[in-house]
Design a protein around this ligand. Structure first.
Ligand code: NAD
Length: 268
């Protein structure tokens, strides 16, 4: 039998790329990884929010650089990776987190361009982030975490979120395909599926005519069994992501981890 050992969880000295690092889950994750000794490349849409994240990381003694890029734009993502090559010439950790809720509406009311926009940021953006990262990741192996959702994986009662749920289901399928394809390169790929988490994502959600299609359950007002309805925090999701990129999860790949206080168990 293997000798039992206390795992060394350190990610000190590793290099990480976090998309959507200007707010919410991405920001909390970037800060936690930096606090744990990783150097972090911060990607998001605006310089303003990235500067704030970087400022907080530097204040805590961490190291980070910022790259304004749209994750759905292939040349922009290639440029981000070139920046990482130039700065650190190494990449160990990728957190594909950038995402939008987009337009939530009855299917007939979703313009095809809105469908495409949601899929482009959430699904194509994930693909492009991983794709651009692979040449560097393959040098030593590493860990990828894809931020999906309970929507599209366990919850289907969120009226109007058909494009969002489809993009999140696509991310989970892509992650499993990638886990198998990249295992020989010692690259682990896992998915986290958060339930309702208190962030800014709702501020940019367009909800239209949902009363026409509302099902019998409510989200996120429905129960979160562990907290009597309170949403989770970005910090809680960041801790899970930290575990999945650290050596504490060295034998875990292709997994989907739900982080929702049990919410998806009561809302199918
Ligand atoms: P948020 O709105 O607080 O932050 C999103 C970040 O992504 C921002 O920094 C934003 O600028 C960036 N971003 C948006 N579009 C981008 C693009 N095209 N290119 C680059 N960056 C872009 O949102 P959040 O709640 O922290 O969401 C992060 C991820 O978590 C998303 O993938 C979301 O689907 C997922 N998620 C969130 C919840 C929740 O309840 N908050 C639940 C499940 C899953």
């Amino acid at each position: 039998m293997d000798e039992m050992r206390i795992p060394a969880h350190s990610i000190e000295g590793r290099t990480a790329l976090v998309t959507g690092a200007g707010s919410g889950i991405g920001k909390a994750t970037a800060k936690l990884l930096a606090q744990s000794g990783a150097r972090v490349g911060l990607v998001s849409l605006t310089e303003e929010e990235l500067e704030e994240t970087r400022h907080e990381i530097l204040k805590g003694g961490g190291e980070a650089f910022i790259a304004v890029a749209d994750v759905s734009d292939p040349p922009a993502m290639e440029r981000v990776l070139q920046q990482i090559r130039d700065q650190w010439d190494r990449l160990d950790i990728v957190v594909a987190n950038a995402g939008i809720n987009g337009l939530w509406a009855p299917i007939e009311e979703i313009p095809p361009e809105e469908w495409d926009r949601t899929l482009a940021v959430n699904l194509r953006g994930t693909f492009l982030t991983v794709r651009a990262s692979l040449p560097l990741l393959k040098v030593r192996g590493g860990a990828v975490v894809i931020v999906s959702s309970v929507n599209g994986t366990r919850i289907f009662s969120n009226a109007g979120a058909s494009a969002y749920a489809a993009s999140k289901a696509g991310q989970a399928a892509f992650a499993r395909m990638a886990a198998l394809e990249l295992a020989p390169h010692k690259i682990r790929v896992n998915t986290v599926c958060p339930g309702s988490i208190h962030t800014k994502i709702d501020d940019n959600t367009v909800r239209q005519d949902l009363e026409k299609i509302r099902p019998m359950v409510e989200f996120p007002q429905g129960n979160v069994p562990l907290t009597r309805g309170e949403p989770g925090t970005s910090g809680q999701v960041a801790e899970l992501i930290w575990f999945l990129v650290s050596d504490a999860s060295s034998h875990i790949t292709g997994a989907e981890v739900f982080i929702d206080g049990g919410e998806s168990l009561v809302q199918g």
